[in-house]
Ligand binder design. Structure first.
Ligand code: B1M
Length: 207
């Protein structure tokens, strides 16, 4: 019987071949897809998140772990669908208009996927209209905005206002190097996170 701790360890090490192999073996043995997800993949990403928060590991290790998780998820996803496992929440995320930085945003998206969220990624340079249009089309409960420039950060307020004017009531969380809790409070965002691991905690609270 496959030990899902070894799957978590493969994710932590970013060993995508082993992660894929163990995921496949667990499914073939009839292990419940939800258990492979929670006790293997998410368990591994949880540890990555907490080590990242404590500065015990850095961005490259997180990206490597997330890549291993992504490969294993490609095998697991059809099984989750068959088993009717629901994501814990659905989130739309993008880097605001005028801003092309996406490394942090991608990290946040990966960690949220790792935590069991369905993530719709709008990419970079996302105008308010696109946030509105996709929020309507996907009926998300949570919207995430990222900005890395002091000049584009102001676009968060504009986007938030546009979302509210359009009658979209999804909770909004923001983050990015120049963003602060004070700024989030000022513009009326529902949540703010300093890093990708904290973003998972905030998203879980808001979802
Ligand atoms: Co740019 N850049 N850049 N850049 N760049 C910065 C941000 C800068 C601080 C560098 C500097 O001057 N020291 C500076 C901004 C200054 C400011 O406004 N205060 C800057 C500048 C000025 C520029 C240009 C204007 C340069 C130019 O062309 N003259 C230009 C702007 C382009 C544009 O966006 N329109 C530009 C371009 C670029 C590149 C394209 C070359 C490249 C981006 C590549 C890419 O993203 N695909 C780039 C890079 C790489 C950087 C630095 C070096 C690194 C950013 C990064 O990826 N950090 C950066 C300097 C630095 O930070 N040392 C810099 C790693 C990443 C994991 O962290 O994105 O902070 P971060 O994400 C964290 C948290 O912030 C948080 O979680 C993440 C993970 O822990 N977080 C969230 C992020 N989003 C979140 C959302 C959430 C919650 C948490 O909820 C939804």
């Amino acid at each position: 019987m496959t030990d899902l701790k070894t799957l978590a360890e493969a994710i932590i090490k970013g060993d995508q071949n082993t992660a894929v192999e163990i995921t496949r073996a667990a499914i073939d043995e009839g292990t419940a897809a939800e258990s492979v997800l929670n006790d293997g993949l998410i368990a591994g990403m949880d540890i990555i998140g907490s080590r990242f928060k404590k500065n015990e590991i850095y961005v490259p290790e997180v990206l490597i772990a997330a890549r291993a998780m992504k490969m294993a998820m490609e095998i697991l996803e059809p099984e989750l669908v068959k088993a009717g496992v629901k994501p814990i929440g659905k989130l739309l995320i993008g880097t605001v208009q005028g801003d092309l930085h996406d490394i942090g945003k991608n990290l946040v998206a990966m960690m949220l996927k790792g935590a069991g969220f369905e993530v719709v990624d709008l990419g970079v340079d996302v105008p308010p209209e696109k946030f509105i249009e996709r929020a309507r089309a996907t009926d998300v409960g949570l919207i995430g905005m990222s900005a890395l420039l002091t000049t584009t950060m102001v676009g968060m307020e504009k986007t938030l206002e546009a979302l509210r004017d359009a009658g979209i009531s999804a909770k909004v969380m923001i983050g990015g190097a120049p963003v602060t809790q004070g700024y989030a409070d000022k513009i009326g965002a529902d949540g703010y996170a300093t890093d990708a691991a904290s973003a998972v905690d905030v998203a879980k609270r808001l979802a």
